[in-house]
Write a protein that binds this ligand. Structure first.
Ligand SMILES: [Zn+2]
Length: 220
């Protein structure tokens, strides 16, 4: 800002594209730039982290990744359909992507209710098989939206919809109790929340039955 003032480039306190053009500089949009990567999942992991992570627990890698994550806050329509704010922890390179995802959901899918969200957690996959393989939540590149809808907690909206009061049917190979898209759960690839995530680089876990899960690694 000081540099801008010194160069007389402020316009109502803003340094915008017109000012930048006058100054012959390219604006650094680092704080709002979404991260992109292409190639295999392993290549994307390397691009994101700067190294190829182990598939199983590594305390030294956990310590490194702990230093790469940040908390992101965003507006939501909560379980009562009211304006609220929620936050989650994600790799700092993906912070703008996550903010954009939830801003899109808030503005373009206003009927969707964000009850709870999850992000970074260095842990093994929790699918009941006892696998040692790390979840992609371990790399700060995966989010869960409304895990209550899949994990069997009662999730009651103001419309008194009880989503699912039984144990999560997915991990036991069952079918979801609610088979269609709703304003709290994604069940088909046509759900607008699936699209909002895809628009910002996050694939859907619903392709293999993890309906609440989205990740930068093609949904895995
Ligand atoms: Zn997940």
């Amino acid at each position: 800002m000081e540099w801008q003032r010194a160069n007389g480039l402020t316009d109502n306190g803003r340094f915008d594209d017109a000012c930048a053009q006058k100054a012959g500089v390219t604006l650094n949009r680092m704080s709002t730039t979404e991260f992109t990567a292409s190639g295999s999942i392993d290549q994307k992991k390397k691009d994101l982290l700067g190294f190829s992570p182990s598939k199983t627990w590594s305390t030294s890698e956990k310590n490194k990744i702990d230093g790469m994550v940040t908390s992101v806050s965003f507006p939501v329509h909560d379980e009562n359909g009211k304006d609220n704010t929620k936050s989650l922890t994600i790799h700092n390179k993906l912070a703008a992507n996550v903010k954009a995802i939830f801003t899109d959901i808030y503005t373009k899918v206003p009927t969707f209710r964000v009850v709870n969200v999850g992000g970074y957690c260095y842990r093994r996959i929790n699918n009941g098989t006892g696998t040692q393989t790390l979840s992609n939540h371990s790399f700060g590149a995966a989010i869960d939206i409304n895990y209550g809808a899949d994990k069997g907690y009662d999730l009651v909206s103001k419309n008194s919809k009880v989503v699912n009061s039984k144990l999560n049917p997915f991990w036991s190979g069952g079918k979801p109790l609610d088979s269609g898209d709703t304003d709290y759960a994604m069940r088909t690839v046509n759900h607008p929340v699936v699209k909002a995530c895809a628009d910002h680089g996050f694939g859907w876990g619903g392709q293999y039955g993890d309906y609440m899960h989205f990740s930068f690694f093609d949904g895995h």
